[in-house]
Design a protein around this ligand. Structure first.
Ligand SMILES: C[S@@+](CC[C@H](N)C(=O)[O-])C[C@H]1O[C@@H](n2cnc3c(N)ncnc32)[C@H](O)[C@@H]1O
Length: 244
């Protein structure tokens, strides 16, 4: 199998050659940023249907948090289309951060559909550098399917800790790598270069649980969930919370 892997990789790269060429020429990124929100709008509906109960349980914990202000200051990191708004309890004041401004149209629609929330702002920024947000300003940060796509999970987690108030909570749901020795992991490695292009930077083989565990939160709780769609090379999910 070890010898077969580079051959399969080469074949995949050849098949995806036009895509990689466009990327080299700098034409792919703008195209990808334009279509990705449409793709996510579709995918969100599908994934939310599958994971609805789990998300509801996770985010219902927000109403039990002891916060000092009247409203729960919540940062939706890598907000995309606003896939999680429907699961937040009333009384949240939501700040959205995403580097792709093309999500705004979809966000506006989600906001209009979720009037139980108050919306603070949509900040176009990378999670690695959220200088627009003050230190210790958030009660809650939410990251769902984001740490797979960022440049540096380590820097993003540092920024999350910076903006969280002491005792503030990061809620996460992320897909991660299959076990290293498995055939599924080999497939992930083969698909990753092409997948990343189509999926706006999404990595398949990140061991994100390690980044979260190393990020110096005072308490981390996570559960593992099987892959959502067996037909895709996307691995299992981790869901949980990390307390600053
Ligand atoms: C797969 S989508 C998930 C969107 C949404 N959180 C959800 O659960 O549907 C990944 C999101 O992360 C955003 N993203 C990519 N790189 C990022 C970065 N460095 N910092 C913050 N968000 C980023 C993308 O623009 C996109 O909105």
């Amino acid at each position: 199998m070890d010898a077969l892997a580079p051959c399969l990789l080469l074949l995949l790269l050849l098949l995806a050659l036009p895509l990689h060429l466009l990327d080299l020429l700098g034409c792919w990124q703008p195209l990808c940023k334009a279509y990705f929100p449409y793709l996510m709008a579709r995918l969100t509906a599908l994934t939310n249907k599958k994971i609805e109960g789990k998300k509801r349980d996770l985010f219902s914990q927000i109403k039990d948090l002891k916060v000092t202000s009247r409203k729960v200051a919540l940062l939706e990191l890598g907000c995309g289309t606003g896939a999680n708004f429907q699961f937040y309890p009333p009384g949240c004041k939501v700040t959205c951060v995403d580097p792709n401004p093309n999500f705004e149209k979809f966000l506006t629609k989600s906001m209009a559909e979720n009037r139980h929330l108050e919306y603070e702002s949509f900040v176009v920024a990378y999670g690695e550098d959220m200088r627009e947000l003050a230190d210790s300003s958030m009660d809650v940060v939410v990251s769902t399917l984001v740490l797979c796509s960022v440049q540096s999970p380590k820097k993003v987690l540092q920024e999350i800790r910076r903006v969280l108030k002491p005792g503030g909570v990061l809620f996460f749901w992320e897909h991660v790598a299959e076990p290293r020795e498995s055939l599924a992991f080999l497939w992930q490695r083969l698909f990753e270069p092409t997948w990343k292009r189509f999926g706006d930077g999404c990595h398949l083989t990140r061991e994100t649980w390690k980044d979260i565990e190393r990020a110096q939160f005072s308490d981390v709780q996570m559960e593992w969930q099987p892959p959502l769609f067996r037909c895709l090379p996307v691995g299992p999910h981790i869901m949980g919370k990390a307390v600053k």
